[in-house]
Design a protein around this ligand. Structure first.
Ligand code: NAP
Length: 298
């Protein structure tokens, strides 16, 4: 059984099914995970013109199902991972398997400022490709300096009138070429060395107060939406008491994807590792399924 239908999960399903295993993959939402919410994927090899993330997700699903992997649309609510036979509980049914691949990925990190949760869906968003169109022709802000923030700002620059990119340092974490793309867009204003202090709102978000980290000066920005892209937290809550996690909550598993429990493997963004990309998630999926097959053969 595989939990999670992102690139790690569906690659594991493909390799498992092609190895002749009986494969069930449980996914609570749409296939693709974070990839499925990405407008354009330019760095997954084999697509010279890029590919829409949801399309890539559907392709991965179809590829695994062609070899007999079965997708189960459900939310895993409980797990028993020790013992020779593992149990995955969902509201309707329990599933039993001799090996389990954990591929639940990661979720966007919150800023942790007042009213952030209350304003979710009323001006606060964590997904530009999901919600960007709601802000057509308006001014929005993006918070963060990594690849997600830059991709979001670029995507929004084609839809919105103006974008503020607020970053806590004076240098992006994303590659330099990405900054040049944003500069070329012409409607992106960089707000460096700054953090969001306050979300201002009436019924919906109306603006932000940002504070300069060095001068302490405050600036008010009017905007209809803010897209928060400040990294991720792993989705490991469900098995945190069973599988060994590191101090940030990522599953401790080496390049062989073996966790602290025999027969349980971790693949993709939830694993402690240096680079979280679609291609490394897919790679983990292949390794984990092969390790699962070897485990079953022992
Ligand atoms: P990330 O690379 O961890 O970047 C997070 C950004 O948010 C950093 O710039 C960080 O600032 C900032 N940040 C973190 N906590 C903050 C806080 N509390 N307040 C304000 N700013 C905060 O996360 P990501 O951009 O989501 O990317 C995650 C992974 O996915 C990365 O490996 C990334 O390369 C990959 N990814 C790739 C693509 C692509 O290539 N197409 C697209 C999206 C994501 P500092 O820079 O100061 O630390």
């Amino acid at each position: 059984m595989i939990i999670g239908g992102g690139p790690a999960g569906y690659t594991a399903a493909l390799y498992g099914a092609r190895a002749g295993l009986t494969v069930g993959l449980i996914e609570k939402l749409a296939p693709g995970g974070q990839m499925g919410k990405t407008d354009m994927v330019d760095n997954y090899p084999g697509f010279p013109d890029g590919i829409n993330g949801f399309e890539l997700a559907m392709n991965m699903k179809a590829g695994a199902e062609r070899f007999g992997a079965r997708t189960i649309s459900a939310q895993v609510t409980g797990l028993e991972l020790s013992g020779d036979v593992k149990t995955l509980r969902t509201p309707k049914e329990d599933y039993k398997a001799r090996t389990v691949i954990l591929a639940t990925g990661a979720q966007p990190r919150e800023l942790g400022i007042p009213n952030e949760r209350e304003l979710r869906g009323r001006g606060v968003s964590y997904c530009a490709t999901c919600d960007g169109m709601f802000y057509k022709g308006k001014t929005v802000a993006v918070v963060g300096g990594g690849n997600t923030a830059v991709a979001d700002a670029l995507y929004l620059s084609r839809i919105c009138e103006k974008i503020y990119l607020i970053h806590r340092r004076d240098k992006l974490r994303a590659p330099q070429v990405q900054q040049q793309n944003l500069e070329k867009a012409g409607n992106v204003e960089f707000i460096w060395n700054s953090v969001v202090k306050e979300l201002r709102f009436e019924q919906r978000l109306t603006g932000l107060t940002v504070g300069h980290k060095e001068t302490g000066g405050l600036r008010e920005l009017e905007c209809a939406g803010v897209f928060i892209a400040v990294g991720q937290v792993p989705e490991t809550e469900l098995f945190k008491d069973q599988v060994e996690l590191d101090s940030s909550g990522y599953v401790v598993a080496g390049e062989d994807c073996r966790t602290s429990i025999p027969g349980v493997f971790a693949a993709g963004d939830l694993r402690a590792k240096p680079l979280r990309q679609i291609v490394t998630a897919a790679s983990d999926g292949a390794v984990a399924a092969t390790a699962a097959q070897e485990f079953l053969d022992m």
